[in-house]
Design a protein around this ligand. Structure first.
Ligand SMILES: CC(=O)N[C@H](C=O)[C@@H](O)[C@H](O)[C@H](O)COP(=O)(O)O
Length: 235
């Protein structure tokens, strides 16, 4: 593991380089190329899903790697690094920090056991939460970091548009350190996360999902085209 990854990440930008299964960029070589590109652009760390991708990225960048697995299971809604085997695979692939779902939803392995296993392997842990209470619980259970990652992605935190500023304000009000992650799409939003006290920020889709980035433009173009008063070739 790298010397003190948190000291290298505080006050900086981490970029999540992920591609959903079936997308054209879903291959370790492509993810590694994205990771190299974002480091060239100024990312101080990367967040990577899946052992093969983590290993491929670890081989080509020297910045801290936050690793996770995404494993959908029938017995739980928890899908980010749900089990001890997932922790093992992320650590063995070379991650410096292991991110896990730390929501209060029913889970296959208790939070404390998950964070202890990560610490026993000499890695730092990041608990992805949706609420302040979950953040508190995660820190009590041994998380080194808590992140707003899951805000807007649980049944009790739906319909969030834009970054989870309300949750960040709650963390700030009680003085709990947090990582800002999820739906950060504009540099001004990044600045607001730091104003609210984020240790570091994690940006994903706005940088590394060309399909989603293109869709924003395409939707705007389609809306423009649909306006009857604006003709392309006025006569
Ligand atoms: C909820 C969930 O599963 N989040 C995942 C966590 O690793 C990723 O799909 C997100 O891309 C990541 O959190 C960064 O967020 P955004 O792409 O919105 O900047």
């Amino acid at each position: 593991m790298q010397a003190d990854p948190l000291a290298r990440l505080d006050g900086t930008l981490v970029v999540s380089c992920q591609a959903e299964s079936g997308l054209p960029l879903d291959a370790p070589g492509h993810i590694a190329a994205m990771a190299r590109s974002v480091v060239m652009g100024g990312a101080s760390g990367v967040r990577i899903e899946g052992a093969a991708n983590i290993a491929a990225v670890r081989a080509v960048v020297e910045v801290p790697v936050i690793g996770l697995t995404k494993a959908r299971r029938d017995d739980t809604e928890v899908y980010i690094t749900p089990t001890l085997d997932d922790v093992a695979s992320v650590v063995e692939a070379g991650a410096d920090i292991v991110a896990i779902d730390a929501t209060s939803r029913p889970r296959p392995v208790a939070l404390k056991a998950m964070f202890s296993a990560i610490a026993a392997r000499g890695r730092l842990s990041m608990g992805d939460v949706a609420t302040l209470d979950e953040g508190r619980r995660a820190l009590d259970a041994g998380a080194d970091l808590v992140s707003t990652t899951m805000a807007g992605y649980t049944s009790y935190s739906t319909d969030q548009r834009g970054p989870a500023f309300a949750l960040m304000e709650e963390f700030a009000r009680v003085g709990l350190p947090f990582v800002a992650e999820g739906r950060i799409w504009a540099p001004e939003e990044a600045a607001r996360c730091f104003d609210l006290g984020a240790r570091f920020i994690v940006v994903g889709g706005a940088i590394t999902r060309p399909d989603a980035i293109t869709r924003r433009f395409a939707d705007e173009v389609a809306a423009w085209s649909a306006r009857p008063q604006l003709k392309r070739n006025p006569t």
